[in-house]
Design a protein around this ligand. Structure first.
Ligand SMILES: [Zn+2]
Length: 247
C-alpha cells in the first residue's frame, strides 16, 4: 500500500495539471458523477496521509490506492480503468483504487494536524493520542491513521528499527522520551522517503523492511505478522528493546 510519501510524490507529479480544466472523465468507479466533471477546473491538489485529494471549486475527488492501486500519467495500463481524467495537456488514469466524490469542505473532514507530512502536524497531539490507548501494541498504534496519517507498514518497520523499539512493546510501557523520539522519527523518515522518490532512486534505502539481516548486529532479522493488524514486522531481537506492561 503506498504510504504518505508516495502519495505526496504523486501530488507533485500531478501539480502541472492544477489550473487546467477537465476535458473528459471516464471510468467504472462507483459514486463518481462523471457527467458533472467536464469543464471543471482543478484548483488544488492536497494529500492526507495515504489519500490524494483533487480539489475542484465545489467538490473534491478522493483517491485511495488501497493495496494494489496503480496510476499512469499520460499513459494507459492494461486493466480496468477506475477513473480517467483528461485535462487540456494530458491525462491521468487510476486503477484498482477507491475513488470518492466529496461535496463537503475538506477542512470539515480532515484534521491536517495528524498528517506527518503536513506542515501543521502536531507532535504533542500525536503523543497525547498514543498515550490515550496505553494497552495497544506499538506496531498497531503507529499505523493508526487518525494519529499518524501516512505511516504505513514500511515506515512502521523502519521507524521502530531506527528508534530501537520492539514491535510488541505496549505503548504505556514505553518511556515518554522514547515515544516522542518515535513520533519525530516518523516525520523525519517520511520526509527522507519523499526525497528518495524525488531523486528518482530506483532502489529503496530500507534498512530492515523486506530485508534479511540487521545492519547493526549482522544477525538474521525476525519476520512475523504481529499485532491486531497482522501486518509484517521485520525486527531485530538484539537491538530493539521490548517494553512490556506487567499484567
Ligand atoms: Zn540488531
Amino acid at each position: 500500500m503506498p504510504e504518505g510519501p508516495r502519495i505526496a510524490f504523486l501530488k507533485e507529479q500531478l501539480d502541472p495539471f492544477v489550473g487546467q480544466t477537465l476535458v473528459e472523465a471516464q471510468g467504472t468507479a462507483k459514486n463518481i458523477p462523471f457527467a458533472l466533471l467536464p469543464e471543471q477546473t482543478l484548483i488544488e491538489i492536497k494529500t492526507f496521509g495515504k489519500e490524494l485529494l483533487l480539489c475542484f471549486p465545489d467538490f473534491a475527488l478522493r483517491i485511495h490506492l488501497m493495496f494494489f492501486g496503480k496510476y499512469a500519467i499520460n499513459a494507459e495500463l492494461n486493466r480496468e480503468l477506475q477513473l480517467g481524467l483528461m485535462f487540456e495537456t494530458g491525462v491521468v488514469n487510476f486503477y484498482a483504487c477507491d475513488c470518492r466524490y466529496i461535496p463537503e469542505p475538506l477542512d470539515q473532514l480532515y484534521d491536517w494536524t495528524t498528517d506527518v507530512l503536513h506542515p501543521a502536524f502536531d507532535q504533542d497531539k500525536a503523543l497525547e493520542q498514543l498515550q490515550r490507548k496505553p494497552d495497544q501494541l506499538i506496531c498497531d498504534a503507529i499505523q493508526d491513521q487518525t494519529i499518524l496519517a501516512g505511516v504505513g507498514n514500511g515506515i512502521k518497520n523502519e521507524v521502530l528499527f531506527r528508534t530501537q523499539l520492539h514491535p510488541l512493546s505496549t505503548v504505556g510501557a514505553i518511556p515518554e522520551i522514547k515515544l516522542k523520539n518515535l513520533i519525530r522519527t516518523c516525520v523525519a523518515f517520511s520526509h527522507e522517503y519523499l526525497s528518495w522518490k524525488q531523486e528518482g532512486a530506483n532502489t529503496n534505502n530500507w534498512l530492515v523492511y523486506q530485508r534479511n539481516t540487521c545492519p547493526r548486529d549482522l544477525v538474521p532479522l525476525r519476520k512475523e505478522k504481529l499485532g491486531k493488524t497482522k501486518r509484517s514486522c521485520y525486527y531485530c531481537e538484539m537491538c530493539q528493546e521490548l517494553y512490556s506492561s506487567a499484567f
